[in-house]
Structure formats: structure tokens, C-alpha cells
Design a protein around this ligand. Structure first.
Ligand code: DC
Length: 227
């Protein structure tokens, strides 16, 4: 597959380095996953949706009936949990105790539990380690809520996407999902640990009136100009 012509600077850099990390943060339905996936494909980078790891833990906690209101329960549970990553078509997939829960990660009960669970310090420390280890020696595009601010604060390539509430709700409804995104945003932005914020040095893009390829193109241009 040929690489994009506009991307010669990045190509030159990739040939010199094996650990380029591009971060994309933002609220729910701001376009992070779609843009991140497309960007990673064009660059031949690995795509990581960190939210899928938080969702996989929420799915597992539901399966195991863990009372997540107690931090000690979470700590004990995480000690027994075996989390691995399987690479599939350039994308990182979490496996829990060798099961791939991908098809169940967007179920309503996972949507409801994931933000409260993501506020747990045991969960955040566990996934902070996992996500950093995952990136070792790879060129990646990773999206989430705290990727540019906490997971990889040292990277030069940080983006923050946002869109109006109405537009984000419209996108979720169109996807046929029953997801209270404003409530998740509230929990994700107000928690004590690694809250959703614009990372220092991030390029901010309002995606309200932009399509996926337009946003991806904007990021290309920004990456090219920042060389
Ligand atoms: O990106 P997503 O909507 O699939 O993420 C699901 C939830 O996971 C999100 O509401 C909060 C949590 N999350 C997080 O706390 N930190 C991240 N880096 C990614 C996701």
C-alpha cells in the first residue's frame, strides 16, 4: 500500500524512529476513534482506542459481579485478571482471560459502568502501565481522555477533538447507541485522577461541521507543518 504523498516529512521521521506517538483526546463522540483509525491506517501506525481497555475492564467486572464501589475489591479483582493485547488489522484489541469481548463493549450496561469504574485509582494505574507497555517500540495513534496529558505527556504530537453537544448526541443516535454521553463527559471531566482536559501543547480541532477525512487531513497538515 502506498503512503500519502503529503506525508514525506513524517515518512522520513518514521524511518529514523520506531516510537512515534500521536495522541488524540476528547469527549465522547467527538470523532476520536474514526479519525484515529483512519490516521493510523494512512501512516501504517498501530491504532489503540484506550477506551476499549476501560470498556473491557467494565465488561469483565460485570461478568464477575465485582462490587466496584469498594476500591479494595477492585484491587483484589485486578490481581486475578489477565489482560493481553491481540493485534488485528493494525489495531490493538484487549483480551481478558483470553476472551475477546469486543462485540459486547458497547452494550448499555458497559456504557453505564465504564466512567465510574475509570475513576478508580487501581484501574487507572493498571491501565496506565498497560497502555505505556503496549506502545513500547511501536509507532502508534492512541485515543482517549488522558493520553496527551497523563499517559504520554512528553510526545510532540497531541490533538484534542471536540464538537457541540447537539452534534455529538446526533452522532451517537445515528450509530443506534443508547449512551448518555453528557453524563459520561461529566464524570470523565470532573474526576480527581486524570480528568478529561486539553493536554498542554495539544492542537484543538472543532469537528462539529467536519467529516472524518477532513479532520484527518487537518491533522496531517499539522503534523507535516510541525516537522
Ligand atoms: O472512548 P470511549 O467512549 O470508548 O471510552 C469509554 C470510557 O472509558 C470513557 O467514558 C472514560 C474511560 N476512559 C478513560 O477514563 N480514559 C481514557 N484514556 C479512555 C477512556
Amino acid at each position: 500500500m502506498s503512503r500519502p504523498q503529503t506525508f514525506t516529512h513524517m515518512e522520513a521521521l518514521t524511518s529514523l524512529s520506531n516510537n512515534i506517538i500521536i495522541t488524540i483526546d476528547g469527549p465522547a463522540a467527538s470523532g476520536k476513534s474514526s479519525v484515529g483509525r483512519l490516521l493510523a491506517k494512512k501512516l501504517h501506525f498501530v491504532f489503540v482506542s484506550s477506551g476499549s481497555y476501560y470498556r473491557a475492564l467494565a465488561w469483565s467486572a460485570l461478568q464477575e459481579n465485582i462490587d466496584v464501589s469498594q476500591e479494595t475489591n477492585i484491587l483484589v479483582w485486578l490481581k486475578t485478571l489477565h489482560l493481553e493485547t491481540r493485534m488485528n488489522d493494525g489495531e490493538a484489541h484487549p483480551l481478558i482471560n483470553q476472551v475477546d469481548p469486543m462485540n459486547q463493549l458497547f452494550e448499555k450496561k458497559v456504557n453505564v459502568l465504564v466512567s465510574p469504574l475509570a475513576a478508580s485509582s487501581a484501574v487507572r494505574n493498571f491501565l496506565l502501565r498497560t497502555l505505556r507497555e503496549l506502545a513500547l517500540g511501536l509507532n502508534i495513534v492512541m485515543e482517549g481522555r488522558d493520553i496527551g496529558s497523563v499517559v504520554f505527556p512528553e510526545t510532540r504530537w497531541k490533538f484534542y477533538l471536540h464538537a457541540s453537544d447537539d452534534e455529538r448526541i446526533r452522532r451517537r443516535t445515528q450509530e443506534g447507541e443508547d449512551d448518555s454521553i453528557l453524563e459520561r463527559d461529566r464524570i470523565d471531566s470532573t474526576r480527581q485522577l486524570a480528568p478529561l482536559m486539553i493536554p498542554k501543547g495539544a492542537t484543538v480541532i472543532d469537528t462539529t461541521h467536519l467529516g472524518i477525512s477532513e479532520v484527518t487531513e487537518k491533522i496531517f497538515t499539522d503534523l507535516k507543518d510541525s516537522q
